[in-house]
Design a protein around this ligand. Structure first.
Ligand code: ZN
Length: 159
């Protein structure tokens, strides 16, 4: 922004000079009646940028984590697949190098198999036991959250 009187680029003030309001630098302001600091467009731009930065912060603090987990109803999935292949619990146990009691407790869902054991069962029974589960951690800082507008809160809830 340039001074209306001398053209100098400086922080400007609004001053009434001979009945006209002008944006003038500090020096020129002394020629007229000072009315206050001129509001340039620059501070507004800055505040917009700041909002975007806050938005970026939110995104950075959302950590997505892929978690492998055993599917619900895994017991029946294993039992049905085993029976379909005409295998006894004992035979499946041998294939996956586990005791019958392990197979039995998996099928009755008393024992959830580990991911590696589930992979073995998947392989031998041609089934899917493991699912990918995406967990989003939202770790907002309290002071950041307090700066959110109602609109922001609604979009967060929608997620
Ligand atoms: Zn000036």
């Amino acid at each position: 922004m340039q001074c209306d009187m001398c053209g100098k680029e400086d922080r400007l003030f609004i001053a009434e000079v001979e009945g006209t309001e002008l944006k003038v630098c500090k020096n020129c302001a002394s020629f007229g009646k000072l009315k206050g600091a001129a509001k340039s467009l620059q501070p507004e731009k800055k505040s917009k940028k700041k909002e975007q930065n806050i938005d970026n912060l939110h995104k950075e603090e959302q950590k997505k984590e892929i978690i492998l987990r055993i599917m619900q109803g895994y017991g029946l999935i294993v039992k049905n697949a085993r029976e379909k292949l005409g295998l006894k619990q004992e035979e499946l146990a041998k294939k996956i190098n586990e005791k019958i009691s392990i197979v039995h407790s998996i099928e009755t869902e008393r024992h959830e198999p580990s991911i590696s054991l589930a992979e073995k069962i998947e392989h031998h029974l041609h089934i899917k036991l493991i699912e990918q589960y995406e967990e989003t951690h939202e770790t907002f800082k309290r002071d950041l959250r307090s700066q959110l507008t109602i609109g922001d809160l609604i979009t967060i809830k929608k997620r």
